[in-house]
Write a new protein. Structure first.
Length: 167
């Protein structure tokens, strides 16, 4: 039987069937990873792959794209959109914190989601090792994920908690 190394070698050599198989294996691997690592909340940014047991971001929820791209982005395309609920369960309880962040950091109305969070949504994770504590882009990404989740599921009540008007 061909090994994984044989498959990769054939794909690199230009074999169209091997290239399709590599994409299929990557897809199935990502699907298995997200299913096995998602519980009540989405997986955090952690793991031996990062090269340290003590990362600067403390293996918390890093909302600067790591959670979205590394975990949640593949949920709807892999047929597991219900798992996106876990990200919404993480972020929706902290709406008041996001409003306070916008007032405190920018003197503005609206919401500012922090670049990283764990048990609250306050933008107060300051560290010289972590250069973007007031990164502004995660709010739009979270809204995109919520919109995709809403479009791919018919569920609007999560765990007995209604978030009507918030998604």
């Amino acid at each position: 039987a061909p090994t994984t190394e044989d498959l990769w070698a054939a794909a690199r050599a230009g074999d169209p069937a091997a290239r399709r198989r590599v994409v299929e294996v990557a897809y199935l691997s990502g699907r298995a990873a997200i299913i096995s690592s998602t519980g009540e909340l989405p997986p955090t940014l952690q793991g031996v792959w990062q090269g340290t047991w003590r990362p600067a971001w403390s293996a918390d929820y890093t909302l600067n794209g790591n959670v979205q791209n590394g975990a949640v982005a593949g949920m709807s395309p892999t047929g597991t959109p219900e798992l996106a609920r876990t990200l919404l369960e993480l972020v929706l309880p902290h709406l008041d914190d996001y409003r306070e962040n916008a007032r405190r950091v920018f003197g503005a109305e609206g919401m500012l989601l922090p670049a990283r969070m764990s048990t609250h949504g306050r933008a107060d994770h300051l560290s010289a090792d972590y250069p973007h504590p007031f990164w502004q882009g995660c709010g739009g990404w979270i809204l995109q994920i919520a919109t995709k989740h809403r479009a791919t599921t018919v569920v609007s009540i999560y765990g007995g908690k209604a978030y009507e008007g918030q998604i």
